[in-house]
Design a protein around this ligand. Sequence first.
Ligand code: DLL
Length: 445
Amino acid sequence: MSELITEAMLANALIWDPEMECLGRDELNALQLVRLQDTLRRVYQNVPCYQKKFEQIGIVPEDIQSLDDLKNLPFTTKDDLRDNYPYGMFAVPMREVVRIHSSSGTTGKPTVVGYTRHDLKVWTELAARFMTAAGVTADDIVHIAFGYGLFTGAFGLHYGAERIGASVIPMSGGNTDKQIIIMQDYRSSALVCTPSYALTLVDRMEKQGIDPRSLSLRVGLFGAEPWSEEMRREIEERLGVVATDNYGLSEVMGPGVGGDCLYRTGMHISEDHFIAETIDPETGEVLPRGSVGELVLTCISKEAFPMIRYRTRDITRLDDTPCPCGRTHVRMQKTMGRSDDMLIIKGVNVFPTQIEEVLFQVEGCEPHYQLVVDRVNNSDRLEVQIEVHESIFFDEMKRQRDFVSMVEKRLASALGVSAVVKLVEPSSMPRHEGKAKRVIDKRRS
Ligand code: DLL
């Protein structure tokens, strides 16, 4: 537990909706089944793609009589959404849709998602839920540094924070110097952005001679990209905030699908609105609770855009052991990343977050890195470019070589495959304002 979280904080931690968040397992499952059956009836009636998928395997919604039957339903994939671009997966007429967002489109053509008035209400409640779990209250000044726009990040947390009664600063992304001035002058106490942007902000403050801990910030709500526990520690230490993680994706709702409570033993998934499974990404088989696999989510309360068994591509583990906070909802561990971001180097699977964990433990490595993968002489080559502290970059050649070889050894032992380390000059790596781009895979071009 971080030293920033005190016993008093834990004792005073609020639960936004105790009735739902602490529901017993039997009642929760009963609620899930009713909501699932209702959603299935609606998609079968209104979304031709689902009707076709169900007919292909000879299933009608009435066949789903228990939660266990869910595994018999087909998956929904990003390709289904692309094939039905832009509105083909909507389950209500457009006149009932009051908001449109889009996925970030990092892996191809973006997908379009819609919300009815009721969907927006639920989204707001769920965002308020995880923000409360992270310790945000009506006394907070919430500084939103996610970009406002088609991306769901800013709007999702904006409405959640307003619902709690906090004062919201809709700062949006970019313009780092101005962000810092506003944070100082307006006494922002909660920061909302990607974890990589939090580090960009810290860097800039330190360059300007501002002690980040002198600001009023006390909590950070970070998400929208994979980040390691080591990165969490780094942010907490340098920014002086309790750093909480929250997870979501536009196709399923946006932020608010899951979030850390202050015990931070995994992000509670709002199971009264989503059913979570993990599957073997190769075979599609449902895995037993506790195994690492691809997260599959089913929306059971959405009106406009209900996804049935949506393959998120995010690799995680579900944990339903009791959490000391009292919430009963299952927790997902920090994701290792998306299965599409997993690199296969000489046959070995490597996630960028595994590399991040190693780098953040090495004294002298700055938290800015990039991975370049290429094929050289018919063999995969992984180059890890790391920004290092001046004292190392400008050190004598021999000491620099020793440093490189030490990092290479640590990476090889953690990853099970060798990587070439290249040190780059301090401050030379691109700084991120939104989601960090860590990998350049030249084999794909
Ligand atoms: O990133 C929604 C969001 C906004 C979540 C703000 C949290 C905070 P998309 O742009 O559709 O939506 O991207 C979704 O981002 O499938 C994951 O791969 C990744 N992702 C989101 N949150 C986390 C997280 C938003 N906490 C994709 N940890 C997802 C790791 C995350 N990856």
